[in-house]
Design a protein around this ligand. Structure first.
Ligand SMILES: [Zn+2]
Length: 291
């Protein structure tokens, strides 16, 4: 269980769009690093270019003279596919499982759906490349990108918006991690409850442990799921009006698009387990959209 100090700090994550003026490293919440190597990751993602995907650089961001790309991997069938899934990977830079799982997710998609016309896939990764390289939640200017979907002050949030405009996805999945002890997902108001249940069963079948409590310590009625609620939506509206803060799942909700936000445990030192929740959910969601 997180301590009160940790929870207090975590609450701060939800009240500031810009918590720092640089990509600060915050270790108080017990993030276990998975050892992210930006150059190696870029090579692995680019290897999919021309092999079932088109990989392109959508924007560059700079920190201390080093430029880093936000990449888009778009499946070759996306133009003709009946449904399109957009995956946001690494909006919070130090939540590495959602980034490192991408090559495996692309492989699984290509093997299962790459030749079909039922579901197409677009992955933006890492949405926060400076944070990913600096082991920080924040971008080069210290912004929390996942609070910037009202004002779009950050390049990173603007790239997400542009991608949403171009792709017009049928579903969005954002890959995150948190300080709780197992995995759960936030669902926005457009996520069908029966679909969410089938996805949870798929996660469990793959061996993913589902959290009984979210990272605020609230008990989840269905382990692994924090569904949209009227009270939650009221808080989100207030948050946007008073603090000009909005996360990607509320932005999607406003556009009528279902979004799930996966939160695996960043305290888990088992790399395979942490990545598995992400690759399994990507695969299960693609299978569902292909039905
Ligand atoms: Zn996050």
């Amino acid at each position: 269980m997180p301590t009160l100090t940790e929870l207090r700090q975590f609450a701060r994550y939800h009240l500031l769009r810009r918590a720092h003026d640089h990509p600060a490293r915050e270790q108080e919440l017990g993030v276990v690093s998975l050892g992210y190597d930006p150059a190696q990751f870029e090579r692995e993602v680019r290897a999919f270019d021309g092999a079932g995907f088109t990989v392109s650089e959508r924007a560059r961001v700079e920190y201390r003279g080093v430029q880093r790309g936000i990449f888009r991997a778009l499946s070759s069938n996306a133009g003709r596919a009946r449904k399109r899934l957009l995956i946001l990977s690494g909006v919070h830079g130090n939540e590495h499982a959602g980034i490192l799982s991408v090559p495996r997710a692309l492989e699984r998609f290509r093997a299962t759906h790459g030749d079909g016309d039922r579901v197409g896939l677009c992955v933006l990764t890492p949405v926060n490349p400076v944070g990913a390289a600096e082991d920080s939640r924040f971008n080069a200017q210290g912004y929390d990108i996942n609070r910037d979907f009202v004002r779009f002050d950050t390049v990173e949030a603007r790239v997400v918006r542009e991608t949403m405009d171009e792709l017009r996805p049928d579903f969005v999945l954002s890959l995150h991690e948190g300080p709780q002890d197992a995995s759960f997902m936030f669902a926005n108001a457009h996520v069908d409850a029966a679909l969410a249940e089938r996805l949870l069963l798929a996660l469990e079948a793959g061996g993913t442990k589902l959290a009984t409590h979210d990272y605020f310590g609230s008990r989840l009625r269905r382990p692994g799921l924090s569904p949209s609620s009227r009270a939650g939506r009221a808080v989100v509206r207030l948050w946007a009006l008073s603090l000009s803060m909005m996360a990607s799942n509320a932005f999607s909700e406003g556009r009528g698009v279902p979004e799930l936000v996966l939160e695996s445990s960043w305290r888990n030192p088992d790399r395979a387990e942490r990545l598995r929740a992400h690759t399994d959910l990507c695969a299960a969601l693609c299978d569902e959209l292909a039905r």
